[in-house]
Design a protein around this ligand. Structure first.
Ligand code: GGG
Length: 350
């Protein structure tokens, strides 16, 4: 029997509504497998924890989380309680950095049965590989002076090591797909970092003769996601560009409530972390409206990560069948509740 120890952090807001269902699904799939068992350890880290303790996680939080095989996270942030940059840097970004989760993989595709703004929704099926540890997400800089003289300086950081690593990951991923990699750049406007990004992309691409490449400015690329989606297979992007692109991707999919992600530690020293793309959505908390599919599809990514790809495929089919039957939450045009969608997916697992 293989035991996978999961550190579970529902976090804030709808994280508490979508995580329990995804855990039930993981347990069901483990039962079906027969040789797999999940052990869940729950952590109450998040904005309420901050209000009680003055920090988003306990002083030994990283140490305790590091004893798990993976972290399964819901959502982080509640701007009414804690400023967003404090909550994100105190929990989500802290975990990504402490555990060297330098790659964020975010798939996007349009499911049958869901309305999409695209003329040919089937054309939209891609993976964004986001550099997850540096770039524009940087604490280098500062604020100085006061009132009308106040200035803020923010530096971005691009290392050759992390940039090349993200690009290699994207090329390797494309090799198992449609063999196309697009690099998201902005070297006409960002004077140092993006020409560097382009140089690294060119250098890495020379090692992958069978993969076709394009390099597109992030503004044009964002528009082409909508107008020419068939052009994209794997897109490699910096931390900020990847975050923005995947919100656009999620909108094309029908809702950010569907989109999953994996924060991967590639050197095997620390756990990886699995979280949906969406945030805590305080406006819909407690109404049964939260779309559970982002968290559930995230569970599929976790299964794939541990090599349980058949269970992952079974789960994806259950999601697809649920949508085909019109069982979906209101953000994607349905009238089902969080629990009804979760139950439908659970019932289809066998
Ligand atoms: N699901 C985790 C979450 O709450 N994400 C919200 C967010 O703002 N994420 C920013 C990021 O992924 O960098």
């Amino acid at each position: 029997m293989k035991t996978v120890k999961l550190a579970v952090i529902p976090g804030d807001g709808i994280g508490h509504e979508v995580v329990p269902g995804a855990l039930r699904i993981l347990e069901r799939l483990a039962e079906i497998d027969g040789g797999l068992k999940f052990e869940f350890e729950h952590f109450d880290y998040g904005c309420d924890y901050y209000l009680q303790h003055g920090d988003m996680m306990a002083p030994d939080g990283i140490e305790r989380l590091s004893q798990s095989d993976a972290v399964f996270l819901g959502a982080v942030g509640d701007a009414g309680k804690v400023p967003d940059h404090i909550s994100l840097w105190g929990l989500l970004i802290k975990i990504r950095r402490e555990f060297q989760q330098e790659i964020n993989v975010r798939p996007a595709k349009v499911f049958e049965g869901i309305g999409s703004p695209l003329a040919n929704p089937k054309d939209f099926d891609l993976m964004v590989v986001r550099e997850n540890s540096e770039g524009e997400y940087s604490s280098v800089g500062g604020r100085m002076f006061h009132e009308e003289h106040e200035i803020a300086i923010q530096s971005s950081v691009f290392s050759k090591r992390a940039t090349s690593q993200a690009m290699h990951y994207a090329f390797d991923l494309a090799a198992s797909r449609r063999k196309m990699v697009t690099s998201a750049t902005k070297s006409n406007g960002i004077y140092h970092a993006m020409p560097f990004w382009d140089d690294v992309f060119k250098e890495i691409s020379e090692g992958y003769a069978d993969i076709s490449t394009t390099s597109e400015h992030i503004d044009a690329l964002s528009a082409s996601f909508v107008t020419r989606p068939e052009r994209y297979d794997v897109v490699v992007a910096s931390n900020l560009f990847g975050d923005i692109l995947t919100d656009i991707g999620a909108a094309i999919m029908g809702s950010i409530g569907i989109a999953p992600s994996a924060n991967l530690n590639l050197n095997g020293r620390y756990p990886s972390m699995f979280e949906p793309v969406h945030g805590s959505a305080p406006d819909i908390v407690g109404k049964g409206l939260a779309n559970p599919v982002g968290q559930i599809w995230t569970a599929k990514m976790l299964l794939d990560h541990f090599g349980y790809t058949e269970l992952g495929s079974m789960l994806l089919r259950a999601i697809e069948d649920t949508f085909r039957e019109g069982i979906m939450t209101s953000d994607i045009g349905g009238s089902s509740s969080t629990d009804e969608v979760t139950s439908s997916i659970l019932d289809k697992l066998q």
